[in-house]
Design a protein around this ligand. Structure first.
Ligand code: SF4
Length: 330
């Protein structure tokens, strides 16, 4: 499959799918390991190569305000355009091309599998969907009645992102930290690229939720969390759901301790103080850190315990107590 978003220049292919802009010679791969230079074209080398498939609760993505309590057919490939030292999915994301066991499934086949499971939505998740761009676009073109979701790091160039927004109904974007240094040293990317992507997704009216994985000593300072919350409030929207999730030691960060629950509670508190209406705690059991409260009357609208979800007081998209319209799609 020929890749999209590239051009030839000075004997190499220049990939424009993401801001890294890799220069790829014939026989070489881009940084993500998923685009390969061949004699006549740049190839989307992992097109259709599926590493994982499962039916998941939508809350696992995490998406708390998008068809709450529903199930979503979830599909992942291999490769990623970041290289996070803390990657919690490194067996698929860091897999050099061809080494991870995959099966080929055409876009038509994954759509058919989704239908067989009697589901009406597909999430591109587990590894980075950006590097599966062509595959996602083909699946979406094949069946427009399915809702498509991307769980992404937001490192994608503006044009392909806008194309993706045209076929995607919801996205969860990871904001992995709130300093350039963190992105450079830990992830191999740039903060500004991710923020711009989130702003574009919001402008395009794709349902957006944000995840911030809190890593002790790396991205959990008061200033950094406050900076993130102010950006959400001022540049995205105060009613955008924000998930502060718990880090556990993984990959190249085995020496960093798990995030204390108290730190997650402080992040949630800081978000609420800065005006964020829906701040959640993820990957940790707390009394009510995953519950949704109406920002207008304070009533409990959705209770979540792990992936058990109780729609306590939802009237369509409104709070059943005070009828305030919530940023919840259903
Ligand atoms: S998508 Fe891959 S090959 Fe293209 S610029 Fe990004 S990292 Fe490089």
């Amino acid at each position: 499959m020929e890749a999209s978003h590239y051009h030839a220049e000075d004997g190499v292919y220049v990939c424009g799918l993401c801001p890294h802009g890799c220069r790829i010679p014939v026989g070489g791969f881009g940084r993500c390991g998923t685009r390969r230079g061949e004699e006549r074209m740049l190839v989307a080398y992992t097109y259709g190569r599926v590493s994982s498939m499962a039916t998941d609760p939508i809350e696992k993505k995490p998406l708390y305000h998008y068809y709450p309590k529903s199930k979503i057919f979830s599909v992942g490939g291999i490769g990623c355009n970041l290289s996070c030292k803390n990657c919690q999915n490194y067996s698929v994301s860091m897999s050099p091309s061809g080494k991870k066991r995959t099966t080929y499934e055409s876009p038509e086949e994954i759509v058919a599998m989704c239908r067989t499971e009697r589901l009406d939505s597909i999430a591109f998740t587990y590894n980075e969907p950006t590097v599966w761009f062509e595959y996602i676009m083909d699946a979406a073109a094949y069946d427009r009645d399915i809702r498509y979701v991307a769980v992404t790091n937001g490192v994608i160039s503006e044009e392909p992102l806008k194309e993706l927004c045209r076929v995607t109904d919801a996205m969860n974007i990871d904001v992995k930290g709130f300093t350039d240094k963190f992105y450079r040293d830990v992830c191999g990317g740039r903060l500004a690229d991710v923020l711009r992507s989130a702003e574009i997704v919001h402008e395009r009216k794709v349902h957006l939720e944000l995840t911030y994985l809190v890593i002790p000593g790396y991205n959990d300072s008061e200033e950094e969390i406050a900076g993130f919350c102010h950006w959400v409030r001022d540049c995205i929207s105060a009613d955008t759901p924000v998930h502060f999730t718990r880090f556990h030691p993984d990959y190249e960060m085995m020496d960093v301790p798990m995030t204390p629950v108290d730190t997650l509670l402080l992040c949630k508190e800081a978000a609420e103080e800065s005006g964020i209406e829906f701040a959640y705690i993820g990957n940790a059991l707390t009394d009510d850190g995953s519950d949704t409260y109406c920002p207008e009357c304070g009533g409990l609208v959705i209770r979540r315990t792990g992936y058990a979800v109780d729609l306590v007081a939802l009237d369509g998209r409104r709070c059943a107590y005070c009828k305030h319209r919530l940023n919840i799609i259903r």
